[in-house]
Design a protein around this ligand. Structure first.
Ligand SMILES: *[C@@H]1O[C@H](CO)[C@@H](O)[C@H](O)[C@H]1NC(C)=O
Ligand SMILES: *[C@@H]1O[C@H](CO)[C@@H](O)[C@H](O)[C@H]1NC(C)=O
Ligand SMILES: *[C@@H]1O[C@H](CO)[C@@H](O)[C@H](O)[C@H]1NC(C)=O
Ligand SMILES: *[C@@H]1O[C@H](CO)[C@@H](O)[C@H](O)[C@H]1NC(C)=O
Ligand SMILES: *[C@@H]1O[C@H](CO)[C@@H](O)[C@H](O)[C@H]1NC(C)=O
Length: 263
């Protein structure tokens, strides 16, 4: 009889051990580039091989993941190459800060998502992004804040500190730069991804998107150094919902067969 109880309990295990996180749905997007150390750059934010890289003021990777953020007097900043680039007219790669209502950072730090834009000038275009940061300041919707140099003002003037320029070259509060030509005043490493916003992205204003989690492509993990432990094994939301019940049903059925009543 105890053998059956053990078998029944073993069948319950999968539902207790595999966390399920949102893997698809509608989302809002906006822009940010604050030069701060990205939140997924700290240890322990999710189950991954390594936090995302932060950089020093020369855009060289820091090996110390405990280094403090440039937004609070430290020397760790956002790396310039964690920024978007176009593959062709309808497909781009990039990085984003994310948040899903009701979840915390272990759900998204280091995960990759396909974003299919559903409104604005980019409707019909697609990006694949890796999440390197967290945007908790929006609570009401799934959110991807696209990391675009000059795309929004720099919090705590970290960009001025990182690049030794006036913070005003990064633009106005909540807007960033207004015209493509202003991109040419940014530090060299940020100019091409700034122009991406006016070329490929058509300066779309907060377009909505459908998101779908995907396995991270090497071209993105190469820039962050981060691969999640569940990158190949994550459970899609719809099948996760089904599997919550099936182990219990199976265990209950086996218990009935063996004359044991669980509960
Ligand atoms: C700039 O960032 C703020 C704060 O996260 C956000 O509310 C705003 O929508 C952003 N602006 C754009 C144009 O994305
Ligand atoms: C960045 O590079 C310059 C020129 O090589 C050097 O003087 C400076 O110390 C470097 N800064 C850091 C933080 O390594
Ligand atoms: C654009 O690039 C993506 C990714 O490589 C590819 O899937 C898609 O077919 C390309 N589209 C065009 C129009 O070339
Ligand atoms: C976005 O998702 C909605 C709802 O599932 C669907 O009707 C729509 O076709 C999707 N659009 C794109 C561009 O994927
Ligand atoms: C990224 O790719 C380049 C070229 O293949 C390689 O030299 C570099 O070590 C890679 N970086 C990481 C963090 O994997």
């Amino acid at each position: 009889m105890s053998k059956h109880i053990i078998l029944s309990l073993l069948l319950l295990l999968p539902s207790l051990t595999s966390a399920s996180y949102p893997t698809s749905g509608p989302a809002i997007t906006d822009r940010y580039w604050d030069c701060c150390k990205p939140s997924c750059g700290w240890k322990g934010k999710a189950s991954f091989n390594s936090p995302v890289f932060s950089c020093d003021s020369n855009n060289t990777h820091l090996s110390d993941f405990d280094a403090g953020t440039g937004c609070n007097g430290g020397n760790a900043f956002l790396c310039a190459d964690q920024s978007p680039w176009a593959v062709n007219d309808t497909f781009s790669y990039g990085f984003a800060g994310a948040s899903f209502p009701g979840y915390v950072e272990d759900a998204w730090c280091g995960a990759c998502y396909q974003l299919d834009f559903t409104s604005g000038e980019v409707k019909g275009k697609r990006m694949v992004i890796q999440v390197h940061n967290t945007g908790y300041d929006v609570h009401t919707a799934n959110r991807f804040a696209l990391a675009i140099p000059g795309g929004n003002t720099s919090y705590a003037a970290a960009c001025a500190l990182q690049y030794g320029v006036s913070n005003t070259v990064f633009g106005e509060a909540d807007v960033g730069l207004i015209t493509a030509s202003q991109c040419d005043k940014l530090p060299k490493a940020l100019q091409a991804p700034c122009h991406w916003r006016f070329n490929w992205f058509l300066d779309a204003q907060r377009p909505t998107a459908n998101f779908t989690r995907v396995e991270c492509p090497a071209v993105l993990t190469n820039r962050t150094g981060t691969i999640r432990d569940d990158d190949k094994t994550f459970v899609t939301q719809s099948s996760a919902q089904k599997s919550v019940y099936s182990p219990y049903l199976l265990a209950g059925f086996l218990a009935l067969l063996s004359g044991i009543v669980l509960i």
